[in-house]
Design a protein around this ligand. Structure first.
Ligand code: DQA
Length: 143
């Protein structure tokens, strides 16, 4: 059984209302429920969190070092800007899976760089909310 931290970055609390043509109609609570169901099926425990603040996400990643076996992260816009999150993920020394609901590489050019990818074991993108469930399944192989 693995303990997995699932982190969500800025504006993901607005899923359901936010550009549904890109992100779909599922809310973050719907995604949390999907993850809880899949985790219990796989025998994992999860802690599912969201923050609009880079420093809070970094603090949670630092704490994960001692409390979790792996991290799933959709860093949202911070994916494309945050060396701080990149450094924290490196320091956490845990397997990381990067998730994006959309496929940032098919969107605006400023979304083509990810500071998370170099520290991620796997990247799941463009699969909608289901990407989170696929990430949990992938952890069963990685761990
Ligand atoms: C996102 C893609 C990012 O480019 C964007 O800033 C987000 C969401 C996704 O899940 O598709 O906020 O990470």
């Amino acid at each position: 059984m693995a303990a997995i931290l699932i982190l969500n970055g800025p504006n993901l609390n607005m899923l359901g209302k936010r550009e549904p043509e890109i992100y779909g109609f599922e809310t973050l609570d719907d995604i949390r429920a999907m993850c809880e169901d899949k985790a219990s099926e796989l025998g994992h425990t999860i802690d599912f969190r969201q923050s609009n603040h880079e420093g809070e996400l970094i603090g949670w990643i630092q704490d994960a070092r001692d409390s979790f076996d792996g991290i799933i992260i959709n860093a949202a816009a911070y994916t494309h800007t945050s060396i701080g999150i990149h450094d924290a993920l490196k320091l956490a020394d845990k397997p990381v899976i990067e998730v994006h609901i959309s496929d940032p590489e098919t969107r605006e050019e400023f979304r083509h760089i990810s500071y998370v990818t170099p520290v991620a074991k796997e990247v799941i993108k463009g699969k909608g909310a289901k990407g989170y469930v696929l990430a949990l399944e992938a952890f069963s192989t990685i761990l």
